[in-house]
Design a binder for this molecule. Structure first.
Ligand SMILES: Cc1ncc(COP(=O)(O)O)c(C=O)c1O
Length: 399
């Protein structure tokens, strides 16, 4: 495969923009209030990498460390807990104001919820979030994983009490399989991507992610000029983009979406500019397991196409470079243990500032000594074996 850094820019000059009010202050406040009601809730740290910024010739680079989220080593619990709670509140006919962890623990409600079974498909992180949310509320959960998924991630899901198994499918077919099982068995599909006739739960998951943006803005204490967001199906970056678009309008930061070459469905869709979604089929073998999705979520793409500025597709080594940088900080900078999908955005920022052959892209994105950057390390070392192969043994050297 010819792997290289490829980019496309979308200018948002004409036409009607998609509605992002679902990520406005009301929705964010509901998500934040719910998450704060969880006994394990704590904002994740924002690592200010001052020496790295100075070394790269940037004003600031801060990385939100989602390895610290709910003890799950990834951000996904934000979406699973919020969407499951919303579903359960609806099931119990509870008003939204009563949708708190405490209310949902009342014995009479726990008893009524015993018949609810969740199902999902996952590369690992979302499934771990589902298993954890099921445990929080006393539900059963079935989790199906794509062919080639990490045994360590499977074990982590099983460790939380869910039924989990590998399938022979890629991610997108595993999603179809989980949806079919939901239909056949009467289980509740909690999936982090949308498809025809299935949008409400993925939207709730995305709204759950707005807590992350809200925390980041409280901690950043200034307006970033640039945000770099990694994409699988696009739900995470679209939720964060939607948050910034609705809260800050034209004053929002420049938003760059990053994907692996091997699963760059959103980049391809943006590059084609024919209004169609472009998919990547077959087996996807990127180390960025969380980003190894071949089909953009339609509700995510609607937002990204109107509000995200740059779409970049990168080789595997860019993620490995980010993992090594974040795991081996300069001078007094804090260390961030960042996994493959978590580190790719930092890897790209460093490469843009160091590689002269990418000057054109650095200038197009507008990075310079005054830039204030926000990246999200969306996971820690969720596959510790691979983490060490990259960080200790030098797997995927740069270039
Ligand atoms: C660690 C990590 N980062 C980023 C993503 C991308 O999220 P999305 O698929 O919503 O674009 C995922 C998705 O599984 C993930 O696990």
């Amino acid at each position: 495969m010819n792997e290289s850094i490829k980019a496309v820019h979308l200018a948002h000059t004409d036409g009607e923009l998609s509605d992002v009010s679902a990520f406005g202050s009301g929705a964010t406040a509901r998500a934040v209030t719910f998450h704060r009601s969880l006994p394990v809730y704590e904002p994740t740290p924002l690592a200010d990498l001052k020496c790295l910024a100075a070394g790269l010739g940037l004003g600031r680079i801060a990385v939100k460390d989602e390895s610290k989220r709910f003890g799950l080593n990834a951000f996904k619990g934000l979406g699973t807990s919020y969407s499951v709670a919303r579903y359960l509140a609806q099931y119990l006919d509870l008003p939204e104001s009563e949708m708190t962890y405490e209310t949902l623990q009342k014995p009479e409600y726990r008893e009524r919820l015993r018949g609810v079974t969740l199902v999902t498909a996952t590369d690992g992180n979302h499934g771990r979030g589902i298993a954890w949310a099921a445990k929080l509320f006393g539900l059963f959960a079935h989790v199906f994983m794509p062919k080639g998924s990490s045994p360590e991630r499977l074990a982590n899901i099983r460790g939380l009490g869910a039924e989990a198994a590998f399938t022979n499918y890629n991610y997108d077919d595993a999603v179809r399989y989980a949806a079919q099982m939901a239909k056949e068995k009467g289980w509740v599909l909690i999936q982090d991507t949308a498809f025809e006739g299935y949008t409400e739960i993925p939207l709730r998951i995305m709204q759950g992610y707005t807590t992350l943006a809200h925390e980041a803005m409280e901690q950043y204490d200034d307006m970033p000029t640039h945000i770099f967001l990694q994409a699988g199906v696009g739900s995470l970056p679209a939720a964060i983009t939607g948050y910034f678009a609705t809260h800050y309008g034209e004053k929002r930061p420049v938003i760059t979406i990053v994907e692996p070459n091997r699963a760059d469905c959103i980049y391809r869709t943006a590059a084609a500019s024919d209004g169609e979604r472009h998919i990547v089929t077959g087996e996807i073998n990127s180390i960025m397991a969380g980003l190894s999705c071949g089909e953009p979520s339609p509700i995510a793409w609607e937002i990204l196409k109107d509000y995200a500025d740059h779409f970049v597709s990168v080789p595997e080594w860019v993620a490995a470079k980010g993992m090594r940088i974040l795991g081996n900080p300069l001078d007094d900078d804090p260390r961030v243990v960042s996994g493959e999908s978590g580190a790719v955005t930092t890897g790209l920022v460093a490469e843009l500032m160091q590689n002269r052959s990418l000057d054109y892209l650095r200038d197009r994105i507008g990075l310079n000594k005054d830039s204030r950057i926000l990246c999200i390390s969306t996971e820690g070392d969720t596959d510790r074996t691979n983490y060490r192969r990259v960080v200790w043994d030098g797997l995927y050297p740069s270039y």
